[in-house]
Design a protein around this ligand. Structure first.
Ligand code: GLC
Length: 575
């Protein structure tokens, strides 16, 4: 008895230590990690069926290493119903046959590790496919093993918000958001289940923040059903970690506990249980949130979170030059026209950056499988893309390069939806490797390719970019070398905007780490721009990177002013 109590106290102390030391217990390899995101259906096909697979990824590991990245994140590879690009999982413990086998995945991790590359999987934590065995059982009227893995409302409460547009945060957490996720069904368990995204994605039952006694389907987070669900999730994580993977990007991580508007219960679920458990079991494992609010995600025990496209947060004002729904042009910061503004992004970013500094990372990916690619609309020239990539790869946090962005793979708009991608189809296009059939992606007939490729005969490929010393691909490699060699430009270096956020062009920021200082000056527009620059003299600065014609400091009415040529970026080291 005494022994058991001692053990319990030791476990609790260890857990508390891990919670308090959240920042410092972060895996050390994140300090200089750079990720490459792979959408597996579109990367490399090895068996000629027109769809990418795991052996295909293995065959490209040397290329991935040549970029200078240290980790890959692969979108879901589990057995799926394929109504949402793999995010509708049928079997969480098995690789979908179209990608290969579990053994292939183990081989991938071994081969990647031999090249110094970590492998991170997507963990679809919040929902399954409606074809998953758990759901098929849960639909039945009898009480079976998986009955409580899902949520079965017996009636639909009044929705007074019908018709109002809800942002991402409201969709995943408010009562109004939840009511829109009631799916009518003829299941014996009937008459509704709760979904997360598409109707084919029933939400898993992690409980409700504040169960309403008038709604008998709302179980508490520590009721037996939600507790069993948690154990299952840990089991899935342990299953793949024990096969050698290095962590997870957790899909819709903020959505687990329902009716949780301030996220307190979801944060507690992670930080008091799931993340603590994971950190103790796998201290070198990484947990990446898809939360879009790094401040909350860090409190939940995640090592990093994305700051990109969703809701009222993130960087849409910097990069979105194409309306997501209509495909029409839109003003943004990184454009030739120079009609963008910086203030919206700056305020949001500073809030998140200051909140998580030293504890977690705010990560701005070059793109992902859910929104329009960087090379879209009127931002497709290599010079323009070099400016944007310079920004991504000289900011703090862990960089993520979406496959193909290193060669400026172009977004293709107007493609028919593939496997639930909708208007995201054009961002998931197959990689362009070389000048052979289907650009080396697949030996399948053209009409059998997963998604059609860019038909432009002048399209950029890895092969053509390799041959050109000044290509975007070689520029991206040089940027990553620079980042590695200058800790000030790295994941942990401080960041400070020196230019005025209300006078957006040029953007000038300083990076600093343990006494080293670097400076980045960016002008994405087609005009020469200038900004007061009282900080350093020309002789204090030495150029260490960039893509530009000229960048000079001149006196204008006795004020030192930095002038930078059109579509230019300069990276300096401060002497
Ligand atoms: C995440 C994924 C997205 C998917 C959704 C539902 O946002 O990134 O692709 O459709 O979750 O699982």
């Amino acid at each position: 008895m005494k022994k058991a109590q001692l053990l319990a106290a030791a476990i609790l102390a260890a857990a508390m230590f891990s919670v308090q030391a959240n920042g410092s217990s972060r895996p050390g390899w994140l300090n200089d990690a750079v990720f490459y995101q792979i959408y597996p259906s579109s990367f490399q096909d090895s068996d000629g069926n027109g769809i990418g697979d795991i052996p295909g990824i293995i065959s490209r590991l040397d290329y991935i290493r040549s970029l200078g990245v240290t980790a890959i994140w692969i979108n879901p590879i589990y057995v799926s119903g394929w109504t949402d690009g793999g995010y509708d999982v049928i079997d969480f413990y098995r690789v979908d046959p179209r990608f290969g086998t579990n053994t292939d995945l183990v081989t991938l991790t071994k081969e990647a590790h031999e090249r110094g590359i970590k492998v991170v999987l997507d963990l679809v934590a919040g929902h399954s496919s409606d074809k998953c065995e758990w759901f098929l059982q849960s639909r039945e009227a009898e009480n079976l093993r998986y009955s409580d893995y899902y949520i079965w409302p017996s009636f639909k409460p009044e929705d007074d918000s019908e018709g109002k547009v809800l942002d991402y945060a409201a969709m995943v957490s408010s009562k109004a958001g939840l009511l829109r996720k009631f799916v009518p069904t003829d299941a014996p368990r009937g008459p509704y289940y709760i979904k997360n995204f598409f109707d084919t994605q029933p939400a898993l039952n992690f409980g409700f923040a504040d169960p309403d006694p008038a709604h008998p389907w709302e179980q508490a987070v520590d009721d037996p059903g939600p507790m069993a669900m948690r154990r299952e999730l840990k089991n899935i994580m342990a299953f793949w970690m024990d096969k050698g993977v290095d962590g997870f990007r957790v899909d819709m991580a903020s959505s687990l506990v329902k009716n949780d508007p301030d996220k307190a219960a979801t944060i507690a679920l992670w930080n008091e249980d799931l993340s603590v458990w994971f950190n103790l079991e796998y201290p070198e494992g990484v947990l990446i949130a898809e939360w879009f609010n790094p401040e909350e995600a860090t409190r939940a025990g995640f090592d990093l979170d994305f700051f990109c496209h969703e809701g009222t947060y993130n960087y849409s004002t910097l990069f979105f030059n194409t309306d997501r729904m209509s495909g029409k042009p839109k003003d943004c910061y990184f454009s030739l026209e120079g009609k963008g503004e910086l203030r919206t992004w700056y305020d949001l970013y500073m809030k998140q950056y200051s909140a998580v500094k030293g504890e977690g990372y705010v990560c701005m990916p070059s793109g992902n499988h859910d929104f329009t690619r960087l090379a879209a609309g009127d931002r497709t020239s290599e010079d323009q893309l070099k400016i944007a990539m310079s920004f991504f790869l000289t900011m703090p946090g862990v960089p993520f390069i979406y496959y193909g962005d290193e060669i400026g793979l172009k977004n293709i708009s107007g493609l028919p939806s593939v496997e639930g991608a909708g208007n995201r189809t054009g961002t998931r296009i197959p990689m362009l490797w070389d000048s052979t059939e289907n650009a080396g992606f697949s030996t399948a007939p053209k009409d059998r390719l997963y998604i059609p490729q860019d038909p432009d005969p002048g399209r950029r490929t890895v092969e053509s970019q390799e041959k050109n010393e000044t290509s975007l691909l070689n520029y991206v490699r040089a940027l990553l070398t620079l980042r590695r060699n200058h800790p000030a430009l790295g994941n942990n270096g401080d960041w400070k905007l020196l230019s005025d956020p209300d006078k957006p062009y040029p953007m000038i920021y300083e990076r600093e780490y343990e006494g080293e200082k670097c400076l980045v000056v960016l002008n994405p527009t087609s005009k020469t721009v200038n900004a007061p620059f009282p900080y350093y003299k020309s002789e204090d600065l030495s150029v260490i990177g960039g893509s530009y014609n000229s960048c000079t400091i001149k006196k204008i009415r006795r004020v030192d002013t930095m002038f930078i040529s059109p579509v230019s970026v300069v990276i300096y080291k401060v002497k």
